[in-house]
Design a protein around this ligand. Sequence first.
Ligand SMILES: [Zn+2]
Length: 482
Amino acid sequence: MAQGAIRVGHCIADPGRAAASAFAAEIAFGDGRITHVSPLDRAALTAHEARAIALPGLANAHDHGRGVSNLAFGAIDGPLETWLAGLARAPRLDPYACAALAFAAMAGSGVCATNHCHNTQSSLTLLDEAEGVSRAARDVGIRVAFCWPFFDRNPVVYGDPAPLARWLLADEVPLAVPFRPAPRNFELIEQALAFEHPLFQIQYQPVGPQWCRDETLIAIAEASAITGRGVHMHMFETRRQREWADAAYADEGGLVAFLDTIGLLSPRLTLAHGVWFEDDELALLGERGVNLSVNNSSNLRLRSGRAALPAMRRHGLSVGLGMDAMSLDDDDDMLREARLAWRLHAARLHTADIFDMACRTGRSGIVGQDGGGVIAVGAPADILVLDAETLLADRIGDGTALPALVLERATRRDVDRLFVAGREVVRGGMATGIDAAALRARTIEQARAEARDNPPDLARIARMETALTKYYAAGLHKEGGR
Ligand SMILES: [Zn+2]
């Protein structure tokens, strides 16, 4: 394991604590953990060291690690339900390359740990895809929770697909979709455990309650209780999902009550989005110790609404911030994602709340409680170092607290180094473990060739998008069908 030490002019050791301050320090680490944090005289530092700002590495609490942007192949932002159909435009891509490019981009903005909700391109290759993502996590060097997809209900719409026939050609109505059965998924996970390593752990991912049969949700709740393995699920991302659930689970007192009955609500569970929770539901989730990931950029881009982030914090929920592979500027910049949460909720949150989510609580749904999210002796050596040449260029006196300055201004341009478990995975703003520029050029070239050789059926996709729009406009998802 890597050993070493860094010297920085400004160490913000615990930015999630109100009134956190910065001090010049030497931070040493060994065996993946911080071994000492010693205050220094800033005058003893080089100019480069003196303008360095160290803070705990950031956690990306919900993502898909796409690597190649949806915008690159024509899946333009829109309401989630129709946008999902547009993903059929994607060319076939190498799963290792996609994950490695995504992880390298995240690391370049300070992400030391990420959730990876895997979108498989083929049921038959899922095991190989998991191996590729595992290798990407090792090569790039960030911590990855690989969330294994369980998807066996409502393949195209929430509810009965038969009415889609009004708007589609006869052979296009998806009535019999070959799902990967849940027992097969559990078998595959057993095999995939061979790919686990200190930076790569597998979790169960019921993709969303509307996309998973009740018996599958029950089986996952039981498996998680036995194995202790985490569960990650999209939940109440859109108003339509909420409307479907309210109708489908009316007899059970609502979907949240149902999930509680089957034992899914626990500290092992992370729910992504949660835009449409009611306040009493958030209170229950808080009592059960559930983690949430708020994904503001994605919610804006997919017209999903705005999560009640201050209420989630008030109910004691462990909240993280996630980019969902749909960041505000489509650039996987976690520093901007943190700023967006701040901009949206500054009236009701403190700077420290944002850092607490970005560094500490968002991490728990990925790696559990490992003492990370602070720079302190014994904590994991996950350290982000910014070069403050630009950030501090116009600072006059010490009037502006550094945590505020970072939150208000920093972007990936300011990232100098990132250490994960003491390994330097970013230097000079660039990933050290892979040649990201070359891999990106190769991957885009392959994607263009694939799109040329196997072009998507654009007319068919457009018909499906129109049919979905009409299906939901007609309120057909509110008829109580499961
Ligand atoms: Zn997502």
